[in-house]
Design a binder for this molecule. Structure first.
Ligand SMILES: Cc1cc2nc3c(=O)[nH]c(=O)nc-3n(C[C@H](O)[C@H](O)[C@H](O)COP(=O)(O)O)c2cc1C
Ligand SMILES: O=C(O)C(=O)c1ccccc1
Length: 390
């Protein structure tokens, strides 16, 4: 077993192990991938303030997200088709999250179903909702999440239509993979992945296939999304969904202070500052650059979380010190899952936890609640170089 010390180690193994179609799906941003790249490179622009001779014993990364205790404020983000990265991927990731003491979010577009994950875990997980034109189906999804005792509904607002990702279109992305000469040649080199997949509980969209009648073929994902997702979603509908759910609601995909104020108005328990990992509006600001203006607008009235671009515990620490109360990781845990299943997700969480803990110590901090902008060196123009066009 190779020695794994950083997320990049998991990514290298993941790339070798998983069919190209699913690696490309994970590793893509939309169009030129500018936002995808800047999500990470903008973290590098922020520097940390080293402090010394501070008692660093008794450190803790423990915190809370929406009132729930977490071993560190890092949740697993909803990732569609996780069960194609590794057999029963959602079950495995949820189990790793539970054992580590961090929240797991199940995507509407998962392979394992809500019920599969509920059956395989004891800690409550979060369910991420995409709204479809078929409102009865959306109501049934909400009811299923209630029956599974999900402890939060994460409503994603930045994907009613799919940002164009060139490779997915060229690869003919689907679940399960369509057998063409190209995919067969590639799958033949991924025999370990294939063998495990043969034993998987599911190989198609578990929340969708068999649960709705009259939904057409899911094999052309972008066309299917365009056909099924509800393009009329607006703040009124968001408010209604919140009411229908009746529990904690996290609104995901907020990148603008005006939208953050709307999220506040509809009574969100938390918002996730996110550009969907650079997969939707290419050319949008990175999440970490968008964060300060959103905190200024609503930070004292609603819990603000952040995702997109986090690849290390140092990135987590920078987001928290900037003022976020929690973070989500997407690709960082998928690399681990694809590389070595549940063990790999645990490894990814351990890597991030260790980096976060050591960085806290070297910054002279002993707990998450005390992190703040005093820990950071932020370029003067960090948020100010881009003014809105008003
Ligand atoms: C392969 C992949 C699939 C995703 N699927 C979903 C999804 O089904 N629902 C959702 O709300 N977000 C989805 N996202 C976005 C993630 O929840 C999260 O916002 C993003 O991955 C964060 O960026 P990071 O990957 O740089 O950590 C997906 C991201 C990736 C990489
Ligand atoms: O790929 C994604 O980012 C995503 O959220 C999604 C959307 C529609 C279908 C599958 C995944």
């Amino acid at each position: 077993m190779p020695v794994i010390t950083e997320i990049a180690d998991l990514k290298r193994i993941y790339e070798r192990r998983v069919p190209r179609m699913f690696y490309d799906y994970c590793e893509s941003g939309s169009w030129t991938e500018q936002t995808f790249r800047e999500n990470s490179s903008d973290f590098d622009d922020i520097r940390l303030r080293q402090r010394v001779a501070v008692d660093m014993s008794g450190r803790s990364t423990k915190s809370q997200m929406i009132g729930q205790d977490v071993a560190m404020p890092v949740a697993l983000a909803p990732v569609g088709m996780t069960g194609m990265q590794h057999a029963d991927g959602e079950i495995k990731a949820a189990r790793a999250a539970e054992a580590f003491g961090v929240p797991f979010t199940l995507s509407t577009m998962s392979i394992n179903s809500i019920e599969d994950v509920a059956e395989a875990t004891t800690a409550p997980f979060w369910f991420q909702l995409y709204t479809m034109r078929d409102t009865d189906y959306v109501s049934r999804l909400i009811q299923r999440a209630k029956d599974a005792k999900c402890s939060a509904l994460v409503i994603t607002l930045d994907l009613q239509i799919l940002g164009q990702r060139h490779k997915d279109l060229k690869n003919g992305l689907s679940a399960p993979p369509k057998l063409t000469p190209k995919t067969i040649a590639n799958l033949a080199t991924k025999w370990a992945w294939g063998l495990e997949m043969l034993g998987a509980k599911r190989r198609e969209f578990g929340n969708i296939v068999g649960h709705v009648q009259g939904l057409s073929d899911t094999s052309q994902l972008s066309a299917w999304t365009a056909e099924q997702f509800d393009p009329t979603l607006d703040w009124n509908k968001v408010a209604k969904l919140k009411e229908e759910w009746g529990g904690k609601v996290i609104l995901k995909g907020i990148l603008d202070a005006e939208d953050a104020k709307m999220a506040l108005k509809v009574g969100a328990d938390a918002i996730v500052v996110s550009n969907h990992g650079g997969r939707q509006l290419d050319g949008a600001l990175s999440s970490i650059r968008a964060l300060p203006s959103i905190l200024d607008a609503v930070g004292d009235q609603v819990e603000v979380h952040l995702d997109s671009g986090i690849r290390s515990g140092q990135d987590v620490l920078k987001a928290l010190a900037m003022g976020a109360k929690g973070t989500f990781i997407g690709r960082a845990f998928i690399y681990g899952l694809g590389a070595m299943g549940q063990q790999g997700v645990t490894k990814a969480l351990e890597v991030i936890h260790r980096e976060m803990d050591l960085t806290m110590a070297l910054c002279g901090e002993t707990n998450v609640a005390n992190l703040g902008r005093h820990n950071l060196l932020i370029p003067e123009d960090f948020a100010g170089r881009w003014q809105d066009g008003h």
